[in-house]
Ligand binder design. Structure first.
Ligand code: ADP
Ligand code: MG
Length: 694
């Protein structure tokens, strides 16, 4: 079967709805999807039955409300469609109520204190804007997850709220520019996903990979990524087969998998979809990650989504391409061809510049996590400093607007912001600076700090909200203006001048930039523990509350969940490390040293020179006992860690006490790995792992 035939074959999408729903039901469901109108239970019943019939034809026996709690992975609980009929029979049933709400027991999902004081129950509510689909015999219904008191317990609800907030403010601005035909706007997202593929057999022999998703030990192989021969290189057969199956499965679920290629590091790859609406893109990215793991397994491989599986080798990130589209199909970050479009574009651009500058901390927090700490600030990834890249062409325009350059003919002309029409930006020329964490790439912004395992919900909740905030401020001013054009010019020029410090077009990985950013007063929040407390700053709570995205309580709870999560991951890693050091590395090196001693003895009996042997023996012995005492220190620190009660204190202890001790242990172990004969080393090394897939 061809791709067009299989595309979305397992999705209950508009085409299927049109086919299977009575016209009136279809119309009212469309209204709900497009305008968020409440769904009548009568309509829900009809939809549920049609959905069930369709799903059963696709082989489904169960349904699940599929949601995204704060665990970082998706959750599902499967119920079958069966319902008893008479004494001995069952029928397949699915009601509107079952479609619209579910009641999973919320007590085992992280709620950061919210749950403790309230009922343990939560409910899921159908998100009709993301299509239901069938997978492995189950009908999946995308839902949002709340506590009974209405507090959000998931990532989807605030995302939908932030999209609403943005919609509202963008519409106000568009009205001022005379676009009365636009009924709604949506934030669009395309998430480029990086990942590693390694052989399953090798993976099974690494306790660290199995327990933590990354290697806690490992010396660099003689060949890493220096030659850059892997990037865009020919795909290995097993990888190609994996990718083929992945694409097919994604297409069946209506996911627009588009581009696939090898990445810079050996064993690293990337998949990019065509962009879609933010919440759909979020659901699709979660599904993509799940399918990657599953399909890799079928091919005898393991897909690593950790941000930094290998020290010294590029980590994996996720590029969040973000823009805003109108119901009339216009991309608002596409620079226009006319002076009027140009002014509108400049206003939206300005809103993003101001938003990113004022809420650097929120953007930083949206990408904070134990895994990403190894990447941000590392040599290959964006530094922990947020800045915006505009590119030469756009920078020139911004400069001229700031300096208030008058139009050539001197007349006060319409909508003139420095230039009449913006030049068309060749997309690849705007995208050349790969070192920027937040780059304007022709007609969208690319936020590059996300970790590969992240849900894209978090960063987009922040982006939508902080841009909505700026647009609200702008609309408040502009709606009152006597002379719209003049006020607009003034506003854009003034705002750009005030926030130009956030723009940086140079090399974001250089040491000079760190200093320069410091002079500009930009934040440099180096790790998760340092970043998270900024979440509850007054200005941040205010912006979320004002736009109805989070309550103060929800933010507090989210911060605590993230802090706990960070500490838990760090502790698991530390324990795994201690275990491997004591049970595998220490004895293995001892065995090697014992054999070396025996050989040295025999050699010296024979009269041979054993100076080199002695040096090796003492270096290994020194490192082994240094590792041993560092492990002892680590175990003491871990015992101390258990006594902390405050999530923040605990996360800081992890960052500043546990992590440095882990670095110390690793340093000694990696030194020993370089000096130990391969046969003695108790686990596959980087060479074995990175080149394990033929
Ligand atoms: P690259 O970053 O590799 O140069 P592109 O710029 O073509 O590639 O696209 C990268 C990603 O950005 C893709 O997932 C693409 O669908 C997405 N993208 C393109 N346009 C938009 C948009 N208007 N809104 C959101 N994402 C977009
Ligand atoms: Mg990109």
């Amino acid at each position: 079967m061809g791709i067009p035939e299989i595309f979305a074959e397992n999705v209950f999408n508009e085409r299927v709805m049109k086919e299977r729903l009575p016209e009136t039901v279809f119309q009212s469901l469309q209204k709900t999807i497009e305008c968020g109108e409440r769904l009548d239970i009568g309509v829900a019943n009809v939809v549920a039955t049609a959905m069930k019939d369709w799903a059963v034809e696709k082989g489904a026996t169960h349904y699940t409300h599929w949601f995204q709690p704060m665990t970082g992975v998706t959750a599902e609980k499967h119920d079958s469609f069966i319902s008893p009929k008479g004494k001995d029979e069952v029928i397949m049933e699915f009601s509107g109520k079952e479609l619209v709400v579910g009641e999973p027991d919320a007590s085992s999902f992280p709620s950061g204190g919210i749950r403790a004081t309230f009922e343990a129950r939560g409910y899921t509510a159908w998100d009709p804007t993301s299509y239901a689909f069938v997978r492995e015999g189950t009908l999946y219904i995308p839902t949002a997850f709340c506590s009974y008191t209405g507090e959000v317990l998931d990532k989807k609800t605030p995302l939908l709220r932030s999209m609403n907030a943005l919609n509202k403010q963008v519409l106000r601005i568009l009205k001022l520019f005379g676009h009365k035909d636009v009924t709604h706007v949506t934030a669009t997202v395309g998430a480029e996903q990086e990942y590693f593929l390694i052989d399953r057999a090798v993976y099974e022999r690494r306790e660290d990979l199995k327990m933590t998703g990354r290697t806690l030990f490992g010396a660099m192989p003689p060949k890493g990524q220096e030659l850059e021969d892997h990037y865009f290189g020919a795909l290995k057969e097993r990888v190609a087969e994996f990718m083929k199956e992945l694409d097919t499965e994604l297409w069946k679920l209506g996911i627009l998998a588009k581009t696939k290629h090898n990445e810079v590091a050996p064993a690293q790859h990337e998949l990019a979809p065509i962009f879609s609406t933010t919440n759909v893109a979020t659901d699709h990215n979660q599904l993509t990650m799940e399918l990657m793991k599953k399909i890799a397994q079928k091919h005898g491989m393991v897909c690593l989504l950790h941000e930094k599986p290998f020290d010294g080798i590029n980590g994996s990130g996720k590029h969040n391409n973000w823009s805003v589209s109108t119901s009339t199909g216009v991309n608002l970050f596409d620079p226009g061809k006319t002076p009027a479009d140009n002014a509108q574009f400049m206003l939206f651009l300005t809103s993003v510049i101001k938003a990113v500058d004022e809420y650097q901390d929120l953007l930083r927090i949206s990408v904070a996590g134990a895994g990403n700490d190894h990447r941000l600030g590392g040599h290959e990834a964006p530094p922990a400093i947020i800045s915006i890249f505009l590119g030469e062409e756009l920078q020139r325009i911004v400069d001229s607007v700031m300096h208030g350059e008058k139009a050539e003919n001197g007349k006060k002309s319409k909508m003139r912001l420095g230039v009449d029409a913006l030049p068309e930006f060749p997309k690849d020329s705007t995208d050349r600076n790969r070192t920027s964490p937040f780059a304007f790439t022709g007609n969208k912004f690319e936020f590059r700090m996300l970790g590969s395992s992240f849900s894209v919900a978090g960063p987009n909740i922040v982006l939508n909200t902080i841009v909505a905030e700026q647009l609200e401020q702008f609309a408040d001013i502009l709606e009152k203006a006597d002379d719209f054009n003049e006020e607009l010019q003034k506003l854009v020029a003034k705002t750009l001048t005030e926030h130009q410090r956030i723009i940086f077009n140079g090399n974001g990985y250089s040491a000079e930039w760190e200093k320069e950013a410091g002079r500009r007063g930009l934040l440099n929040l180096r790790n998760t523990a340092e970043a998270l407390p900024y979440y509850v700053l007054d200005k941040n709570v205010k912006v979320f509350e004002k736009h109805g995205v989070f309550t103060a309580r929800e933010i507090q709870s989210r911060m605590e969940i993230l802090q706990e999560n960070y500490s838990k991951i760090t502790v698991i890693e530390a324990k795994t490390m201690a275990d491997m050091a004591m049970k595998s590395i220490y004895p293995a090196v001892n065995a090697y040293v014992a054999d070396l001693c025996e050989i040295a003895k025999q050699k010296s009996d024979f009269g041979a020179d054993v100076l080199g042997d002695k040096e090796l023996i003492s270096s290994l012995s020194l490192n082994n006992s240094a590792m041993l005492s560092a492990v002892k220190e680590l175990l003491q620190a871990l015992a101390e860690e258990e006594k902390f009660e405050e999530a923040e204190e605990c996360s800081k202890f992890c960052a500043y006490r546990i992590v440095p001790l882990m670095d110390k242990i690793r340093h000694h172990a990696d030194e020993m790995e370089k000096q130990t004969a391969k046969d003695y080393w108790p686990m596959p090394d980087y060479l074995d792992i990175l080149f394990s897939v033929e």
